[in-house]
Every structure is written in structure tokens, then in C-alpha cells.
Design a protein around this ligand. Structure first.
Ligand SMILES: *Cc1c(COP(=O)(O)O)cnc(C)c1O
Length: 378
């Protein structure tokens, strides 16, 4: 008689202390959630000083974490990174963008630009899932766009200037999922944008853009033209509001409180470099385990492209959905792969919030499950 995967009971001493391994929303530190229960700002006006001061502290915390130069601006608005693609289409791309596409998220920004009636057809270079590429330099491209960490595949791309691009072109990098867990030189970009529900250990619904002086100049120039830009997609308006520590419309104050707490924690750890080392430690444990395990292989072939924050592991000789279901039945959740990738895979969030020891525990749980669910190893 065979046991259903969801009836398997993993011995408690093998289980991680915290079983949240999602790639967004992702684990939120219990200390941050406690800070919410004590907070007196929830349910008060975002137009009054106390919440505006909170926004100001979040901006300061971000400036410290990302070592943002003094002449840059930190802009925020509602809608998350998906909304930011439409914001960028309306308020950042002048005529034509050049994109690199290597997964769902980088592809979506390119698709948004392709649909915009006021822009020329974007250039898009695509490569197979699990690898990365940089956008092609083109004489008429005024925005270069790609994702730092392609969360759908677990591939990490470089953040750098595009060799051969026009000096006036802007580098616009999607940092969602990487931001806060992977060190970078933000001055290699003009706009580094992200949402805080991944490495930044908060909730979704907010977008944040770190903007260089060149980006600010572009935003203000486009805002002054007669291009029709819906107010909610106007970076010009968002910039004006952010300068007043406000957002165009009501933000979720809980998201800001959680974000402030996480920024304090990350900066206290030693900033982005220390946060990056924590995720890299987790990643070494996961990929090392997968390389030694006969059923498992890291999906991203080139070690230097393997994300330290989103680990994707292919399985052979066992059905990965059964592993995910068995883990879930034991309180270890969100190890399922990105839905549209369609691989026999698990995807593990290893954001700085996740304890490296919990990643080791997860590997031990997988060993235990593979002994019971795995067929002959490939
Ligand atoms: C999660 C994610 C997004 C989408 O973020 P939302 O806030 O849900 O819109 C975009 N890009 C990347 C790289 C992501 O990981």
C-alpha cells in the first residue's frame, strides 16, 4: 500500500523553524509583524506629519541601504512593479526602448512597451529561461530595460551600463526580488525600481523607484509635453508627491511600517553587502545540496547566473508537485515553481529574511521525502 504524499509526516526535528519559502509575497519577520501591532499610525491620515515622517524614514532607510547618491530622488507610488511598467511606458520611455527578455517578468515590461500607441516598436532580445542576456545597444533607444533577478526562472543578470548605448539613454532595471538581497552599484542604473514584498520583507502594492538626475530630467521633460498620461501613471506627479513624503493616493500604511522595520534590520545587519552574504549563504547550501543529490539539479546551468535569492531546482525520478504538496502538508509552503515555466521543479525563496539554517533544514526534509517518493534516481 502506498502512502499519499500529503499523508507523509516529516519528523519534527527535521523541519525548518519557519516554513515560508515563497518568492513573493515572502516571509515577513515576526518582529516586523509585532511592530505593526504596537504601531499608532495605522488608521491615521497619510496627509499628516506622522505618516509623512514614516515615508521620510523609509526613504532615508532606502537611501542608506542602496547607497543612493545625494542628488538622486526616491519616488514611490501605488500598484507594485506591474504598475511601474505602465508608469515607465507613459513617463520614462521617450520613443523607443531596448529590452532583454529572459522570463515572465522581463517579458512583461517589453510587452507593455510594445502595446503603447505613442512609442515605436521596442527592440527585444530573448534567451531561453534559465539564462540571461543584456539589451542590444541601438542608436535610437532611449531606455534600456531588463530584470536584475528573473524571479520566474531564478536567473540573476548583471547590472551595468550598456556598452555602445547613447549617453542620454536611461538604464531602467527591475530590482523586484533582488532589491535588498543582492548587492549592486545603483549608479550603474538610472532607475532601479522594485516592490517591497520580496527581499524587503513587507507587503505588496507599492512601487519604489530610485531615480538618477538624468532620470528626473527625463521625467520632468516628458511631463511637460502634451503626451496624455493618466494621473496614476504619471512619474512627474509621483515625483512631486514623493518630494513631500506623500503618494498620489492613499498608500497601505501597514506596508510602510513593515518596510521601515525591515530596512532598519537590513541596515543593522551591515547593509546591502551583509544582506547579500546572508542570501548567498542560503544559496550555497541549496545549490550545493542539489548538485550532490542524484534526483536534483540546479535549473540555471551557469553558477554565476544562479540567483542567491530565488533558487530553482529541477527534479528527475520524482514528481516535484508531490514534493511541494508533501512539504505543504507539513507546513513548509510555497516551494511550487513559477506557474508558467512548466518544469518539474521547485522554487525556493532565499531572501535575507529566510534563515540559512532553515534552508539546510528544507534540504534535509527533501532528503527524507525523496527516500519515500523518489523512484530510481536519474
Ligand atoms: C514579483 C515581480 C514583479 C511583479 O511585482 P508586483 O508588485 O506583483 O507587480 C515584477 N518583476 C519582478 C522581477 C518580480 O520578481
Amino acid at each position: 500500500m502506498t502512502v499519499a504524499p500529503t499523508d507523509l509526516r516529516i519528523p519534527p526535528d527535521l523541519l525548518p523553524v519557519d516554513g515560508r519559502f515563497g518568492c513573493g509575497p515572502a516571509k515577513i519577520r515576526p518582529e516586523a509583524v509585532e511592530a505593526l501591532t504596537r504601531n499608532r499610525l495605522l488608521g491615521t491620515s497619510h496627509r499628516q506629519a506622522p505618516v509623512r515622517d514614516l515615508v521620510g524614514r523609509v526613504k532615508t532607510g532606502l537611501a542608506t541601504l542602496f547607497r543612493v547618491p545625494d542628488d538622486w530622488e526616491i519616488v514611490l507610488g501605488n500598484g507594485g512593479s506591474t504598475t511601474f511598467w505602465d508608469v515607465a511606458v507613459c513617463s520614462l520611455i521617450e520613443r523607443r526602448s531596448s529590452h532583454a527578455s529572459f522570463g515572465e517578468f522581463s517579458a512583461k515590461f517589453a510587452a507593455a512597451a510594445a502595446r503603447a500607441p505613442h512609442l515605436d516598436e521596442p527592440a527585444v532580445v530573448s534567451v531561453a529561461a534559465g539564462t540571461t542576456v543584456l539589451p542590444e545597444p541601438l542608436p535610437d533607444a532611449d531606455v534600456y530595460a531588463w530584470a536584475h533577478n528573473e524571479t520566474s526562472t531564478g536567473a540573476l543578470a548583471p547590472v551595468q551600463r550598456i556598452h555602445g548605448a547613447d549617453d542620454r539613454a536611461l538604464v531602467v532595471v527591475d530590482g523586484t526580488s533582488a532589491a535588498g538581497g543582492v548587492d549592486l552599484d545603483v549608479t550603474a542604473t538610472d532607475v532601479y525600481y522594485f516592490a517591497p514584498q520580496k527581499s524587503l520583507g513587507s507587503e505588496g502594492g507599492l512601487w519604489i523607484a530610485l531615480c538618477s538626475p538624468a532620470a528626473v530630467e527625463r521625467i520632468e521633460r516628458i511631463a511637460a509635453t502634451d503626451r496624455w498620461i493618466p494621473e496614476s501613471l504619471s512619474l512627474g506627479l509621483a515625483l512631486q508627491n514623493s518630494r513631500q513624503n506623500q503618494t498620489l493616493n492613499t498608500p497601505a500604511i501597514a506596508t510602510l511600517v513593515l518596510l521601515e522595520n525591515q530596512l532598519d534590520w537590513l541596515n543593522g545587519l551591515g547593509g546591502l553587502a551583509a544582506a547579500g552574504r546572508r542570501s548567498a549563504d542560503s544559496a550555497t547550501r541549496l545549490y550545493g545540496w542539489a548538485e550532490r543529490n542524484p534526483w536534483a539539479t540546479p535549473f540555471v546551468g551557469r553558477p554565476e547566473e544562479r540567483s542567491p535569492v530565488v533558487g530553482t531546482i529541477d527534479f528527475a525520478g520524482v514528481e516535484a508537485p508531490q514534493l511541494a504538496a508533501a512539504l505543504r502538508a507539513n507546513g513548509v509552503v510555497d516551494t511550487e515553481p513559477y506557474r508558467k515555466l512548466g518544469r518539474n521543479q521547485l522554487r525556493i525563496g532565499m531572501f535575507p529574511t529566510v534563515e540559512p539554517d532553515d534552508v539546510s533544514a528544507l534540504c534535509r526534509c527533501l532528503d527524507w521525502l525523496l527516500e519515500r517518493l523518489g523512484g530510481p534516481a536519474a
